[in-house]
Design a protein around this ligand. Structure first.
Ligand SMILES: *Cc1c(COP(=O)(O)O)cnc(C)c1O
Length: 355
């Protein structure tokens, strides 16, 4: 048995994969594959409608927001957010908390002036900056809720005088949020929601239409909203599997229930990292991510043998990102706590062997 701690595309629930596999051959007894049906068919329209309804329910999305499924990954949203929200001659504010935040910032520079309100770059992004002021005259404030590579997470969000744009790619649906705190939320599906190939965007309607900029249809949030995520052919399969994953989440008790499970998984693993004399955590404890747990071996010579030991136990995907090194255990929604215990056991056995 494999224990998939991969950072992304990440683990999906086994029952979702089984249903998806079935639908590739015979989708809902249509005797057609989900891969070959029209996106305009009533069958797919029902899938899309259910996916949107589940997003609304699971995140309690209030009135005044539109929900769309887009393509191009979260990386395309790095550009679309400023394209749609940053007026010519305007400014956008960014909190620089890692690689993804930095890439988002770079894209915004194509569209206007950017302000980095705070950064933790000097410490290789091991913490989330706390003392910053959000400029009132900026068009929006961009944040990354969970820093997938460095293993930090914004534990709390904050009041903002301007719309908050949030990249939630790696922790959406992992914890309760108040959607009303945000002007725009976007998330690539492949960390916690489904397969690669689609991006969820939750857009507050009244933040649009303020730039005077002419925006090509595919890059314009308004067109995508008016087209009900079907201005062009949507990524049918990715949306279908995301819908199945959201159904699975709802059946588990929704975001409130999974948040408790995720906390239990993260606590068990961080407790072991803090206890085990062979390992140490990378980030400051108060900003540690409950999704991507980064740690290193105190003795660098233990790194390779521990990875090999994990591999023998079916623990995969825990090699740290090259910019941090060491290990990163991604413990997304679909990863069962039993897998976390397999990793903890491996750490303890490795400790005994290396005494
Ligand atoms: C993975 C990730 C991205 C990039 O997503 P793509 O879909 O590959 O463009 C962006 N932001 C965060 C926080 C991520 O974890």
């Amino acid at each position: 048995m494999k224990h998939n701690f991969g950072p992304g595309p990440g683990i999906l629930p086994h029952e979702v994969l089984k249903q998806a596999a079935e639908a590739v051959i015979n989708f809902n007894d249509t005797e057609l594959s989900i891969l070959e049906i029209s996106h305009r068919s009533p069958e797919f329209e029902a899938v899309l409608a259910e996916a949107i309804k589940l997003v609304k329910e699971l995140l309690n999305v209030p009135e005044g927001y539109s929900i769309v499924f887009l393509q191009g990954g979260a990386s395309t949203q790095f550009a679309l957010a400023p394209y749609n929200l940053l007026p010519e001659g305007g400014k956008a504010a960014y909190l620089e908390t890692g690689v993804w935040a930095n890439k988002a910032l770079k894209e915004a520079k194509y569209f206007g002036e950017t302000i980095v309100v705070a950064t933790s770059k000097e410490s290789n992004f091991t913490y989330i900056p706390k003392d910053f002021e959000i400029p009132k005259d900026a068009a929006y404030f961009h944040i990354t809720s969970n820093n997938t590579i460095y293993g930090t997470q914004l534990r709390k969000f904050f009041p903002s005088p301007i719309p908050v744009v949030c990249d939630m790619s790696s922790d959406i649906f992992s914890r309760t949020i108040n959607v009303a705190d945000f002007g725009l939320i976007y998330a690539g599906a492949q960390k916690n929601m489904g397969p690669a190939g689609t991006v969820l965007a939750i857009i507050k309607d009244d933040i649009l239409g303020k730039t005077n900029r002419k925006i090509p249809a595919m890059f314009n949030y308004q067109t995508q909203i008016e087209g009900d995520s079907m201005y062009n052919t949507p990524p049918v399969f990715a949306i279908y599997v995301s819908m199945l994953t959201l159904r699975w989440l709802k059946a588990k008790g929704g975001v409130e229930a999974i948040e408790k499970d995720n906390f239990a998984k993260a606590k068990a693993l961080y407790d072991e990292i803090d206890r085990n004399p062979l390992f140490k955590g990378v980030c400051v404890p108060e900003d540690r991510s409950y999704m991507n747990v980064c740690f290193v071996a105190n003795n660098p010579e233990h790194e390779k043998p521990f990875l090999k030991y994990c591999d023998e136990k079916g623990i995969i995907g825990i090699k740290g990102h090259r910019s941090v090194g060491g290990f990163r255990a991604s413990i997304y929604n679909a990863l069962p706590i039993t897998s976390v215990h397999v990793l903890i056991d491996a750490m303890q056995e490795f400790e005994v062997k290396n005494k």
